[in-house]
Design a protein around this ligand. Structure first.
Ligand code: GN1
Ligand code: MG
Length: 383
């Protein structure tokens, strides 16, 4: 999409400012994100996002969840007398018709510039969905995690769940069965059966490893069916880079709220450690360099247990080491499924990208498994 087209989209939002530039922002694998800089020094810059509606198929529900959650959090912070509320909770800009997102009709020429256009005929006459929020200035995401920042993230993600405990308005699942391991395995089995990209022959070792642990890793769904595990409002994408820090290195704001929905608390605890406690990036091909960072685990766990002590049940607490193992394995299942389906879900930079990611997650899973007992002992001491 050209800058002019992007500026035209910005015009549909109530900003009263003049756009200076629009440039890509961040490393998300699903949506397209842009930083919109404005000329006026007394006006904020903005974050413009094209919502991937092939993945978030119910944009109305998605935006409803986000509005509900941000309003609730904002209200809480105000009641607590916190001053810089707009730096602590995302603030979305309405469109000129008062909606929380803008639907841009695409003609076929524009559609051919759409990165998703090759994947489906239907998209040729499809629309694109956009939303805009205030860019929170003087912030950064972590390049390198330290025990201190990990502890702070544990406190903050736990606090996020705690603040949403009394949310009365029901939220929907923006991606149904998002962190349901039984469902993710089912999708993998379908991908193997279809073998669309003729890649099954390359991945027998990976499939074998996954199958060896598949049944055990569906424990959360079984506990839920037995009425032993609750669903709570979770963030469900607690990657390290979804936390903004201020200049002084203090936690400021949790971003990327697309997947906020009812889930097991394992999602937020496990997915953070999946990225933060892995000594390598999730797509690093250097498998031998992958280690489990105990210092990061310990610090995060201390923070998380502190801010969730008022509501966590013994079953939830006892199964935290399970959650640390579950998320790399589930992510391996998801990357491998996409690899077998011909890479239609995650953005890739080269043909084997999803396979490299899968192998990385599987190696990290093995590192986690080797540490599980030690984790359980620490958690028992902290509780
Ligand atoms: C996706 O787009 P991003 O980076 O926020 C994915 C997460 C995965 C992650 C893997 C909606 O998140 O679940 O953990 O990639 N989000 C969705 O890096 O599928
Ligand atoms: Mg995300």
């Amino acid at each position: 999409m050209t800058t002019e087209e992007l500026i035209e989209i910005v015009r549909h939002f109530c900003t009263e400012s003049t756009v200076m530039s629009v440039k890509p922002l961040g490393k998300g694998l699903i949506n397209d994100t842009f930083l919109v800089k404005t000329q006026e020094s007394d006006k904020p810059d903005y974050v413009l996002q094209r919502i991937n509606h092939h993945i978030f198929t119910d944009v109305e529900l998605l935006q409803h969840n986000i509005e509900t959650v941000t309003n609730h959090l904002r209200h809480k912070l105000k009641t607590e007398g916190i001053a810089d509320v707009d730096r602590r909770v995302l603030h979305f800009i309405p469109t000129s018709t008062g909606k929380t997102y803008y639907i841009c009709p695409l003609d076929s020429e524009e559609a051919s510039a759409n990165p998703f256009s090759e994947k489906s005929e239907k998209i040729m006459h499809d629309c694109s969905y956009w939303r805009m929020s205030i860019y929170i200035a003087d912030t950064h995401t972590l390049e390198e995690i330290t025990p201190q920042s990990s502890y702070d993230c544990g406190l903050a993600f736990g606090h996020f769940q705690q603040q949403l405990i009394d949310l009365n308005e029901p939220l929907g699942e923006t991606i149904p069965d998002f962190h349901n391991m039984e469902f993710r395995l089912h999708q993998l089995h379908q991908a193997v059966a279809n073998d669309m990209a003729e890649r099954v022959k390359e991945v027998s070792k990976e499939l074998e490893l996954i199958e060896a642990h598949a049944d055990e890793m569906c424990l959360a769904e079984r506990l839920y069916r037995q009425g032993l595990l609750p669903k709570r409002i979770c963030h469900c994408d607690t990657k390290v880079n979804n936390m903004l820090f201020d200049r002084n290195g203090n936690v400021l704001c949790i971003i990327d709220l697309d997947t906020v929905m009812p889930a097991y608390i394992f999602s937020d605890y496990g997915d953070f450690l999946r990225t933060a406690a892995n000594s390598q990036a999730e797509d690093s091909p250097n498998l031998d360099k992958i280690t489990f960072r105990w210092d990061i685990f310990e610090a995060f766990t201390r923070g998380y247990l502190e801010s969730t002590s008022s509501f966590l049940t013994p079953i939830e607490r006892e199964h935290l080491p399970f959650a640390v193992a579950l998320f790399p394995l589930m992510q391996a299942v998801r990357f491998l499924t996409d690899y077998l389906n011909g890479d239609s879900y995650y953005k890739i930079k080269y043909p084997e990208h999803n396979l490299v990611r899968t192998r990385n997650q599987l190696r990290f899973y093995q590192e986690v498994e080797a540490t599980r007992e030690k984790m359980a002992k620490l958690i028992a001491c902290l509780s």
